[in-house]
Design a binder for this molecule. Structure first.
Ligand SMILES: [Zn+2]
Length: 338
């Protein structure tokens, strides 16, 4: 088969690789229907995360079950499946508590920008659709496997409720999906911090009511202007930089909550400041598996269309261009078709 391998910053190659095999009775192998490049893939691509040795890339996928191990009974060859970037047995204590992305048997997927993918813990990880969905649904189902699931978690972690005022920090695919989530969870006002016109347009299409283009403390001041001077009920931090986290913490009102899903890079939080702010904080890799059945249903009934975040579609062999386009911000998110 063929797939993406990163060698060094800005050096992603499309190569012949060994076909994945069933290694454990709990594995499945899928034939990729669609995969994509994630904002978090840009950290190593930009040299902001070390690359010790060349390795495959990709953690988002939808596909067709090709083969299953002897202990996998929940899915069968031919079915169309969606799964999270974190595998989960869905039976351990953490899974039963709803924290499948902290499964005691968790593995992070890392080889998905390829024709075929081995899925560990397939029984708990994969969710099959009722039937093979029309191809028009594939982008949104692919979004559900990571960015939509993560945006959903950000909104829940920030405790968005009917009538809430929500702020979304970050206008990447996760932030935009956070807008969808906030709207679905009943937020009345959704303020998005963005200075990129095409992203602002999509944010409004997804339900944003206000756009703030200022950053840092200036951006926080604009949030306060819109919230009677006290800040927002719920803030979704979808970037992961120190500045974005500061902005998120300062934009929340006393008693408000910040859900942070951007993978933190050099983020430090002042304990005293957090203590006196009365702001609640929860983040981490989203337990996407918990939300899959619900989000798949919302996609298949046409309630949500998160696939719109894919503004560039390329054949898988052009994966390197997919990275370049996102790095240069020519694309929000690249969908790759084997
Ligand atoms: Zn588990």
């Amino acid at each position: 088969m063929r797939g993406a391998v990163i060698y060094a910053p800005r050096d992603v190659r499309f190569e012949n690789l060994d076909d994945p095999k069933i290694l454990q009775p709990t594995d499945a192998v899928i034939r990729t229907a669609a995969t994509c490049v994630c904002g978090s893939d840009l950290w190593p691509y930009r040299g902001l995360e070390p690359i010790d040795e060349a390795h495959p890339m990709g953690h988002e996928y939808v596909g067709f079950v090709e083969e299953v191990g002897s202990e996998v009974t929940s899915v069968e060859p031919g079915q169309f499946v969606v799964g999270s970037f974190a595998t989960s047995d869905n039976t351990c204590a953490n899974c039963r508590n709803g924290w499948q992305s902290n499964c005691l048997n968790r593995e992070f997927m890392s080889t998905c920008q390829a024709d075929y993918v081995r899925i560990p813990q397939a029984q708990g990880t994969l969710v099959a659709t009722d039937e093979v969905p029309d191809e028009e649904f594939w982008p949104s189902l692919l979004a559900v496997s990571d960015v939509m699931g993560t945006g959903w978690y950000a909104a829940l972690a920030a405790e968005v409720k009917p009538g809430s005022t929500a702020v979304v920090v970050g206008d990447g695919a996760v932030g935009l999906c956070g807008v969808i989530a906030a709207k679905e969870l009943g937020a009345e006002r959704i303020i998005v911090m963005s200075r990129h016109e095409p992203r602002q347009r999509l944010a409004r299409e997804f339900g944003a009511t206000d756009i703030i283009t200022e950053r840092g403390e200036e951006g926080v001041a604009r949030v306060k202007d819109l919230t009677d001077g006290i800040g927002a009920d719920a803030v979704l931090e979808c970037v992961g930089t120190a500045q974005a986290m500061q902005q998120a913490l300062h934009a929340a009102r006393p008693g408000g909550n910040v859900g942070f899903v951007g993978v933190p890079h050099e983020v430090a939080i002042d304990g005293q400041e957090l203590f006196f702010s009365h702001v609640g904080l929860r983040g981490g890799p989203a337990p996407v598996r918990r939300y899959l059945p619900d989000l798949i249903e919302r996609v298949m009934t046409g309630r949500i269309d998160p696939g719109k975040v894919f503004d560039l579609v390329l054949p898988l062999e052009q994966v390197a261009e997919g990275y370049r386009a996102m790095d240069e911000r020519r694309a929000i998110k690249t969908l790759l078709k084997p």
